[in-house]
Design a protein around this ligand. Sequence first.
Ligand SMILES: *Cc1c(COP(=O)(O)O)cnc(C)c1O
Length: 476
Amino acid sequence: MKLISTRDKTQKVELSYALLNPSANFGGLFVPENFPKFEEDFFQKAQNFSYKNLALEIIKSFEFDIDEEIFKKALDAYDKFDDQNLPLKIDKICENLYINELFHGPTRAFKDMALQPFGVIINELAKLKNENYLIICATSGDTGPATLKAFENSSNVKVACLYPKDGTSEVQKLQMTNISSKNLLSIGIKGNFDDAQKALKTMLSDDEFKNTLNKNNLKLSAANSVNFGRILFQIIYHFYAYIYLLKNGILAKDESFDIVVPSGNFGNALGAYYAKKMGAKIDKIKIASNQNNVLTSLFNDGIYDLRDKELIKTISPAMDILISSNVERLLFDKFGDIKTRELMQNLNEKKYYEIPKIDDFEAKFCTDEECADFIKKISKTGTLIDPHTATCFKFKPQKPTIITSTAHWVKFTPSMINSIKNAQINDEKSDMIELAKEFKDEIPDEILDLFDKNSTQNLVVEKSEIKSAILDWIKK
Ligand SMILES: *Cc1c(COP(=O)(O)O)cnc(C)c1O
């Protein structure tokens, strides 16, 4: 099976190409030409599959041009997760409500679910082609650590990670500055996330920069959340959730369930939509947002509206997004390439577009106050949820419902203390340990260890110096 561009379905490429060159014609994104469909007999059988087995069956059904052995090797990245046999953990919260914890990987955000296997595939493809790649990422906090970790010790891939010097949580910053692998570089920017992202975009289209890289035997690539390689692994855990509900007798074979997804760039929610398309009996995909609620008006009123919108900083920073890139793939699926091109052009020129209502989705958003209230309320049941996951509780379950939990709370201790104790933190590490004790929760060792190591990376530069900082590092 090949992939086609959301803005020009005549452009067809292989997956191995799309992974290394994620931008398609007319600024589009790559999507599979077709989606395989699974029937009831598969879901019966799959109840006895391991997670890796299930993943492999789903991936193989696409018949992409990449060897099964490479995918197998990629899925072995899940061996590093808390439970070697299962990279996620599903628990019941209350009647009809289940939580799918996707943060049991090395950096404690759901980004690991896709980036861990993705990193292996990219490095294997680069090795096969005898090429070397530089991946630059810009992060507001979770993508950076997960990308760096995904390429730790990769032989043929280097990563330079741009983060706003004062714009991430302490834990996130420590995750990016305590890295020892020689192929990784973190750069603190004297500016905000937008500045980091702008710098990245400028470099991606800078021919002189690319030429210099080429002279140093490096090609430029991107690992951002629009890369289809990341979406692929985000379909699987929604399938797994369906099979879990079947296996535990919570759903009969003709019953459906709802999924709630805290959304930003819409990769996670798109994975759920594709899982539904491929046969998992998902009824509504409920999109939870923070006050940057562009997706709420898209799904409720059929309008994507950036007029008079300014980015609001919230306590769920990974969802502080106004241009939600993966929505484009949904538009393509519903309305085709010509219409998608027109809609994206409208967004670019007029700052809005309108579409008919899409029935697969519902949407709501939370203010920071509501979000803090949910953290406090759920903590009274003995469970700590992070500020992103908290936005999901705006929805009341109407049938068996899976809440997708995207981060471990330890990444956001100041907001947790603020929400639960109505207080400021004194010292992040000791406050974290105290909160964990109170709730009989465990702090992952690799998070605690971060506080005891000395930073190996302390490069901080002006916005104007980013490019030269990267080139200096490359030439070393
Ligand atoms: C990235 C992220 C999100 C948003 O996911 P999308 O796929 O971009 O919608 C939500 N929560 C956390 C903790 C994240 O890191």
